[in-house]
Design a binder for this molecule. Structure first.
Ligand code: ZN
Length: 491
């Protein structure tokens, strides 16, 4: 039997979110428990498990998994040390092994550790020695050279909005097995691209970015092409490695890997005007929603709890009131004190409360609203992709034509289940707000009459020039003018 070690370490951080992420915010599973917790989800680890379990000569060695159900701010220093320490101790306790299959997001960062995934991968390499290590990763990963060096191959998502998590885990596990069987010898080239990307053109099914990804898929389908990805980073994880990358792994052909990575990098660079989003001013967005027949979906990407923001923005709420929106709207907001007040008041009661700005108080000033307590719950639900979101007190409050989903903690406001779990189907409303830049489209495309990316403030605004970058690669497009990457000069 060959022993393949499994571990998962996932979080996506928004550096401009003033809140911190703590150890207790992570869901942690150890040993066989890790398999049971993920097997039925659409996750890279589930894909790993499916492929590896199908091989009778492979023994799965599940060790440690730590992940958050939402994104968040930088991980506090001691908490990051504890997580990495526990993960590496679990790996050490199960060594020696014959191979390692890792499940990483890639956009984690801490107050003191700026490259957690690189440290984890290199730490595992030190423990396990010269055995195959393959990691499945998000295409919003931030890539360090330490990470590239520690792994034999990195296998990336090929969809945005993301739907191919399980598939990516399968691709990673298949590649790992080929290397373990001695069929292939992976060699990886990385070309960095000094650009940050946002906007609808990144939608792989319909946007220009899809052309780059289809080229990656062609490379992976070719003889000798083992893995290919274009990794745009999470633009809100402000660390020194933040930029975009093209990464290609071939079977023992470094020149070919380099040439293909360069081709992908040049494509991204030459198409850079496409990666600047078109955002709609709030007043115009409200007018569009007012005149639309059927459901309008507002994307509040600036306060996206799927990209690292705090979720306590009341900017759209204020706009709906200011511009006299008259139809039925469903709006999420993180506001723990308001939830407490709702619990004190009880279902059927009324109270007035300054809503919003409890977490990102520099960006959002609270707004007093009369509120009616429609329902209270523990807020637990399972997402469309099978992720179990643990309990966190939740209130449905109404104010005139507005229905508010008020949560104690940030929740993923991407799909419809978060609302349906509280008895409110977005399909029954005229307007729904999602705290997601594009991921929501998977769940709303079929029922939305109109989708509007609203230009409002927030720590994950697609209007990148509004954000206080301090650490990312500079110069970088679109923050700086006159950027010329080395490969563009050469070409
Ligand atoms: Zn992503």
């Amino acid at each position: 039997m060959k022993r393949v070690l499994l571990a998962k370490f996932n979080h996506e951080v928004g550096s401009f979110n003033p809140q911190r992420t703590y150890y207790d915010d992570f869901t942690i599973h150890r040993g066989a428990d890790l398999l049971d917790a993920t097997r039925s989800s659409n996750s890279t680890l589930a894909g790993n498990i499916e492929i590896l379990e199908a091989r009778p000569d492979i023994e799965l060695v599940p060790t440690y998994g730590a992940w958050c159900n939402t994104t968040g701010g930088l991980v506090a220093g001691p908490d990051m040390e504890r997580l990495i320490g526990e993960l590496l101790a679990a790996v050490e306790a199960h060594a020696p092994v014959d191979a390692v299959c890792l499940s990483l997001h890639g956009a984690m960062a801490g107050e003191t550790e700026i490259d957690p995934e690189g440290r984890v991968a290199s730490g595992i390499r030190q423990i396990v020695g010269d055995v195959p290590i393959v990691a499945a990763m998000d295409l919003h990963a931030v890539i360090s050279q330490r990470l590239v060096d520690a792994a034999d191959a990195l296998v990336f998502l090929h969809t945005y909005p993301h739907t191919d998590m399980r598939d990516t885990g399968q691709r990673a596990a298949r590649l790992l097995l080929r290397q373990l069987d001695g069929e292939v010898k992976p060699t990886t080239a990385r070309v960095s691209i000094p650009l940050l990307a946002r906007g609808d053109e990144l939608i792989t099914a319909s946007g220009r970015f899809g052309e780059a990804i289809r080229r990656c898929q062609e490379i992976e389908a070719s003889i000798g092409g083992l893995a290919a990805g274009v990794i745009i980073g999470n633009p809100f994880t402000d660390v020194p490695d933040l930029q975009s990358n093209a990464i290609v792994t071939t079977d023992d052909d470094p020149a070919q890997a380099q040439e293909l990575a360069l081709e992908l990098a040049r494509f991204m660079w030459e198409n850079r005007p496409y990666w600047i989003p078109k955002l709609t001013p709030l007043e115009q967005a409200v007018r569009l929603a007012e005149e639309t027949e059927g459901l309008t979906v507002f994307s509040d990407a600036a306060d996206s709890t799927a990209s690292g923001a705090s979720g306590d923005s009341n900017a759209i709420l204020k706009g709906l009131l200011q511009y006299n929106y008259s139809k039925r709207a469903l709006i999420p907001i993180v506001d723990a004190p308001a939830v407490e007040a709702a619990y004190r008041t009880g279902v059927g009661g009324q109270f007035t409360w300054p809503l919003g700005g409890t977490l990102d108080s520099e960006r959002f000033a609270p707004m007093e609203l009369p509120l009616y307590v429609k329902s209270l719950s523990d807020g637990a639900f399972t997402t469309e992709f099978g992720y179990v979101v643990p309990p966190s007190r939740t209130a449905i409050l109404t104010s005139g034509n507005l229905t508010l989903l008020v949560t104690q903690e940030a929740a993923p406001i991407v799909g419809r289940k978060v609302y349906q779990s509280q008895g409110h189907d977005p399909a029954d409303y005229d307007l729904v707000v999602c705290k997601s830049p594009n991921g929501f489209r998977t769940h709303y495309q079929a029922i939305a009459a109109r989708i509007v990316a609203v230009d409002v403030p927030g720590s994950t605004s697609a209007n990148l020039k509004t954000l206080p970058y301090q650490h990312c690669v500079r110069p970088i497009f679109p923050l700086d003018d006159g950027v010329v990457p080395p490969f563009a000069e050469a070409g």
